[in-house]
Design a protein around this ligand. Structure first.
Ligand code: G1P
Length: 292
C-alpha cells in the first residue's frame, strides 16, 4: 500500500520562541522568507504524497490562511505588475489537498496523532514535525518511503547525536540490518525510550521528526498512558507497537536543522540563506566582512 496521507501536528504552544510566538504560530516563523511549515509541506509534495492533515489548535489560524488563496493580495500584486510574485503566492495554495483538525487538549504528540484516527483510517501514513527542517537531495520522507516499500513496516528517521544531547529526543536500541543496499543506514529497532537521561539512554541514535507509520499505531496510542512531561508520547506508542510488529530506523542522507531551538533556528537561517541563488553571494561576502 502506498503512503497517501501526511500528518503535521502544529498545535504546540511554541514557548521557546516567546515573545515572537505570543500572537503567531511558531510554525509561521520564517527561515529567510519561507515559514517553517511550508518547508514541511513542500517536502510532503516532493515525496508525492497528495494529502496533508494538519492537527491544529487555538491561535493557529495563520497556518490555514497561509495555505489558502488570498485574492486581495493577488489582486494587489497584479495591480502593481508583480506577476511572478503573484504566481508564487497562488502556487502555495495549490501545493496539495489539506484537511485541518483541531486537537482540543494539549496532551502531546501521541495524542495529536491519535486525533487523526478516523481520517487516516486503515492505511500507512507519514508524520512530519516542522521543527525539524531537513535539507537533502532526495526528500527525507521519500528516502523513508523506499524503506517502507521494501519492508511494509513502520520507519522512523534517525540521527546520531553526542551522548549529552540524547535527553531531548526519543532514543532507540537497534541492530544494523546487514544489507549492502542500505549501506549501514538501516536499523531494526528493538526498543525506544522518550527523553532518557544520557547515562540511561540505550544508544546515541535519536529519532528525528519524520515517521512512516502503519495504522496499527492507533490501537497502541489509544492504550498509551502519559509519559515524559506528562504527555502521551508517540515514542511510547511505538514501543508498544514494537511488541507486535517490526519497526525500522533509517539514518537519512541530508542535513537536519533543529529549528525548534533558537541556536538551531539561526544555523538554519545562515546556512539556507548561503545556499540561496538570489542572495547567497552577497550574504557570504557580508559574513566574511564581520570581525569575528
Ligand atoms: C519529539 C518526539 C521525540 C523526537 C523529537 C524530534 O520531541 O517526542 O521523540 O526525538 O520530536 O524532533 P519534541 O521535540 O517535540 O520534544
Amino acid at each position: 500500500m502506498t503512503v497517501r496521507k501526511a500528518v503535521l501536528p502544529v498545535a504546540g504552544l511554541g514557548t521557546r520562541f516567546l515573545p515572537a510566538t505570543k500572537a503567531q504560530p511558531k510554525e509561521m516563523l520564517p527561515i529567510v522568507d519561507k515559514p517553517l511549515v511550508q518547508y514541511a509541506v513542500e517536502e510532503v509534495r516532493a515525496s508525492e504524497i497528495p494529502l496533508v492533515i494538519f492537527v491544529t489548535g487555538r491561535g493557529k489560524n495563520a497556518i490555514e490562511n497561509h495555505f489558502d488563496v488570498s485574492f486581495e493580495l493577488e489582486n494587489e500584486l497584479a495591480g502593481r505588475g508583480k506577476q511572478e510574485l503573484r504566481e508564487q503566492m497562488r502556487s502555495i495554495s495549490s501545493l496539495l489537498e489539506i484537511i485541518y483538525l483541531r486537537q482540543k487538549q494539549p496532551l502531546g504528540l501521541g495524542h495529536a496523532i491519535l486525533t487523526t484516527r478516523e481520517l487516516v483510517a486503515d492505511e500507512p501514513f507519514a508524520v512530519l514535525l516542522s521543527d525539524d527542517v531537513i535539507d537533502s537531495r532526495v526528500p527525507c520522507l521519500k528516502q523513508m518511503m523506499q524503506v517502507y516499500e521494501e519492508f511494509g513496516a513502520s520507519v522512523v528517521a534517525l540521527q546520531r547525536v553526542p551522548r549529552q544531547h540524547v535527553s531531548s529526543y526519543g532514543v532507540i536500541r537497534g541492530s544494523a540490518v546487514r544489507n549492502k543496499h542500505w549501506n549501514g543506514r538501516l536499523f531494526s529497532i528493538e526498543d525506544l525510550v522518550e527523553k532518557p537521561k544520557p547515562r540511561e539512554a540505550p544508544s546515541d541514535l535519536v529519532i528525528i521528526g519524520r515517521y512512516i507509520l502503519t495504522p496499527a499505531i492507533f490501537r497502541e496510542l489509544a492504550e498509551t498512558r502519559r509519559g515524559a512531561g506528562g504527555e502521551i508520547q508517540l515514542t511510547d506508542g511505538l514501543r508498544r507497537l514494537r511488541a507486535r510488529e517490526p519497526i525500522y530506523g533509517y539514518l537519512f542522507e541530508g542535513k537536519r536543522y533543529d529549528a525548534g531551538d533558537k541556536l538551531g533556528f539561526l544555523k538554519a537561517t545562515v546556512e539556507l540563506a548561503l545556499k540561496r541563488p538570489d542572495m547567497g553571494r552577497d550574504f557570504r561576502r557580508y559574513l566574511k566582512s564581520l570581525d569575528l
